[in-house]
Design a protein around this ligand. Sequence first.
Ligand code: SF4
Length: 542
Amino acid sequence: MERVVVSLDPVFQRIGYERLERPFAATERVIKGLLFDCQMCGQCVLSSTGMSCPMNCPKSLRNGPCSGVREGCFCEVNPDMKCVWVDALNGAARMKLGQIKISVVQPPVDGTLRGSSAWLRVAREKALAKRREAPAPDPGKFAIARTFPQARAAEPATAPLAVEPQAAQHGQAAKELPRGHAAAANAVAAPESMGAGRTTPFQRLKPYDPIVHAPLAPPSGHKSASGLEHTLRKGWFAVTAELNPPDSADPGDVLAAAEPLMNVVDAINATDASGANCHMSSMGISSILSRAGLGVVLQISCRDRNRIAIQGDVLGAAAMGVSNVLCLTGDGVAVGDQPGAKPVFDFDCMSLLSTLRTMRDESKFLSGRRITTPPQVFLGAAENPCIPPYELRADRLAKKVQAGADFIQTNYVFDIGMFERFMARVRDQGMHERVFILAGVGPLPSPKTARWLRANVPGIHIPDSLIRRLEGAAKPADEGKKICIELIRQIREIRGVAGVHLMAYRREHLVGEIIEESGLLKERIAAREAERSRPTDGRGKG
Ligand code: SF4
């Protein structure tokens, strides 16, 4: 089909592409609608998704499947239908080059193309590419294509051209300041209206001193000034933990929740409305903790904000000292306490990773517009080794690495056999050498909670044997902690695992005990003391 439409380019040019748009779009809607349930996004990726239209995914994922696929490969959001992305993976496995094409990271959908003809766009773009003998000079219209180069090669229509403003291409060069100093120079200069030499209202704020410090520059060979990155690159077994966000506007509540985690973890995850429930924002928590000198992982869910909001948030977070960002697709709104909310899913976790990597490494927004001081952030993603399609979860991790993930935090691991099989697949692909993997663990308080989690929280697998063990225990909560410690010790022995990520919902006080009793605390102290006795290398906080 593609070859036919490309060969018709001279005819299309003579008639005029604009005049052909409506009849082509109508024909495409009927044919592809009947055959593939096509939703006419205008950036067709059917040949890269095993002929399964990803726009039928309730989260509109362009790079699925998500981490909530149910047993039997049913959808997390709509349990009556099969997961669109499991069908896509199966379809791709049957197609020539299908598995290569489905591993390419696709860009987010361009809403302006919805309803337009993808066939005409392919014809026009491929014919144009053929006509160009030499690579065209950069016309400033390839921002998205540059961020997702492989997607453009595989499916020209999927990486639409974006117009980059002239001012951004040729305009003001960044001020001639040493790297990492631009923000500080801007910050200390008070607006003229306030008068030179006067203290700005911001500078009077206590206890934080919010704008006078530029973000720390990354040490050599690092992508960020993150303490977590430092730990991982040193080869020390890292520990991160989740902080339960308060339903409050009091920063003291955040600091109180963080207190048991200080000194025992490398970074604290600030969750972003996890489970689609509203709490203090991850951005607010991250700023408070960064100001307190703690390493933090800013979680970003694609469910609640669009690409404009998220890119701005990452700049803001980096300006406040946040050095780690975890890119998540997010649970569907239906599992939360406000199921009537409008889900956004403008990005998915992979297109978000790619975009943030471009912001960091190329100092550009997705539009192509320049960033004067890029966000130096260590990029993370989540993966779930314990849900279907099991045998393809390592491939999905590899795709996240391709999209830009520097570290991975997994969902809860309660089934060590399943996790070992996953890690074996990860090692077969050599991914354990390209990304730092932290296994998710946590203490289960009771068999009742375990059963509830398994039934109600997407993506949680707890074996029956473990629930029976909790049922048979005199003190189930102590047994849950003991199981968690055993799991950490077993995980510690698996080749390719770089750390653990502790999730102790409303039981942060247990984190320190678990780290200590598992032997990790002793190990951490010894590693740091050994380093302290050597000259420093300029590490910053997380
Ligand atoms: S399970 Fe997830 S990826 Fe699959 S169709 Fe449902 S929302 Fe989309």
